[in-house]
Structure formats: C-alpha cells, structure tokens
Ligand binder design. Sequence first.
Ligand code: PMV
Length: 347
Amino acid sequence: MAAENFSSTYRCPSNIALVKYWGKKAGGIQWPANPSISITLNDLFAETTVSLSGKNTSGKPQFTFLFDHQPKPSFEPKLTQFFDRIWEQLPVVREYALAIKTQNNFPHGTGIASSAAGFGALACCLVDLQSTLLGKDFDVQLASSIARLGSGSACRSLFAEPAIWGIHPQIEGSNDDFAIPLQSPVSRNLSGLMDAVLIIDAGEKSVSSTQGHDLLNNNPYSAARYSVATQHLAQICEAFHQGDVNQFIHIVEHEALQLHAMMMLSNPYFILMRPGTLAVIEQVWQFRKETGIPLMFTLDAGANVHLLFPAAHKTAVTNFIEKQLLLYCQNEQYFCTETGKAPTKLV
Ligand code: PMV
C-alpha cells in the first residue's frame, strides 16, 4: 500500500485528575507547575481517524478536520498551534497532508472536558502512523508527550493504570514531558473505581483552562498550592497501594476544593461551583456518614460533580443518585463509567 493511503483510528478515554494540574511551569511548553495523577474514564471517549492524504511540500502543517462529520473552524487555531508544536518531533506531520475525523461518544454541551480524550486519540493516531512508516513499535511515551502539547491533561489519558505527570522528587521516572503509569500495584479496595459524572451545568465554562492556568501566575497562594499538591501526590500513591480508603477520600476531596479555592483566590476571581454543586457535595457527605459507603466527589474546573466509588457499591450509589441527586442535574443528566482502560487501536 502506498504510504499516502495509510490511516489510523484510535479510541481514547477522557480522564479525571485526583491530584489536580492547575498552573504551568515556565521554561517548557505545557510543563505543569505541580505533579498530578488521574484515572481514565472508559466510557467517555473520543474516536479519531487520521489518514495521510498526499505529500506535504508546503513547509507548514496541512490538515483537514471534521468533528462529528462537520467542519469545525473554531477548533482550527488550537490544532494549528498543536501541529506547529510537534512539527520538529514528528516527520509524518512535515511530510504528509493529514485528514482528521473525530467524534466523542458523549453529547456536546454537557460541560464534560473533551480535549484530553481528543488530543489523546489524535496523538495515538499520529504516533501510530509514524511508527508504521518507520517500521517501529508504537511508543507510548512519545504519544503521551505529543498529547501533552495539545492539552496538558491529555498526556495522562494513555494508560490503564493511574497516570502520573510532572516531576515528583520521590517518584522515579516522573517528569514534565510525559505521563508514566503508577508503578506500585493498586490495592483491591481502590481498584476498579467507577465515576458517575453529574451534569450540574451544561453551559460553556466561565474560565477556559488556558485562562485558569494563567491566573496562578500572579496568585500569592500558588507556591503553597504547588507544595501541597506535591505532598498529596505522594500520599495518594501510598493510599492506592495500601488500600487506605479514608486517606484516599480525604485527598481526593481536598484536591477538588483546593482547585476551586485557587480560582476564588485569583484576581480576577471566579466561583466555578453552582448551588447544585454544593448541594450534591453536602448530600454525598451525608450519604457517606449514614451508609459507610466510600462515595467521594471530585471536581474539574467547572460546576459538574464526579462521584467516585468502588464498583461493588454501584446499585446503592445509582439508587442514591436517581432518588436524591437528579434534581440538581441539568435535564437529569448523568453519565456513569468504569475507569482504568488504556486507548485502543480500532483500525
Ligand atoms: O489540560 P488542560 O489544560 O485542559 O487542564 C486541565 C486541568 C484540570 O482538568 C482542571 C485538572 C487536571 O489535572 O486535569
């Protein structure tokens, strides 16, 4: 087959951070100010196909882009920036024009971040095509570092294990360029968590990630935040390993609230929670107290609430959500997913 006809299709899951990346470090492109860790959300994914569509002799990236079978001009500046960033690293981008088609399996306008899944899938396709052309094996580290250049958190979507991104003094191999899988085994108590994502506000985020990260630069509390996040990462790795559920819950919830606190402490300041977000948090605490079920919340940089729990409690948690939390969800929407799957090559 002529190289011009090569194509690659990947499904890549989204991820939710347990220790949050919020703030960038100077000196590199998309280097995190503190290390973070996340788990993948198996059933919230992007599927992307990249086809080589002829030689590229223009000296700059050439691509076409369809999102849900439609052109999406608003994504093109971000993609152009991404291709400029990976131009030196990936000959396939220099040598070929690319036709990209992508779609998410979750509806738009739900406030669920899609860039991690999208850039994760795109990076996998590009690295796969490059490996095929060069007759090499797929290089997951390269894919993770390419994904990072599209969206920082995307670099963590490439692993079945909890993924760590950013230098941590006690974690061997940790670095700012790409994510690595958690090395120590996860205790049975904390493996196979599920995530129910409650759609509290489906609207556009009031602060984009880029703006949010930037706001940490002039925030007088950011150095303390980075230091606490670094401690939290060491503690959560230990909790994963020991199966210390209480410690795990404590860190996960504290991290979610710190991310939001940092936005309240920024200038300009933002409150990203909605009244429904707070109401859900209070109900979750009450439910945990009454039942002893280790149900915990985390948050992204928006109003939606992620509820994490061991799969063994799925029935009880689903009943709780349907009876007591749906009233806080816009159009009663929520998505329940297993966690801990790596991207898959479809074609
Ligand atoms: O990858 P970005 O630049 O969209 O940043 C994502 C940051 C958070 O989702 C808020 C936290 C994280 O670590 O994923």
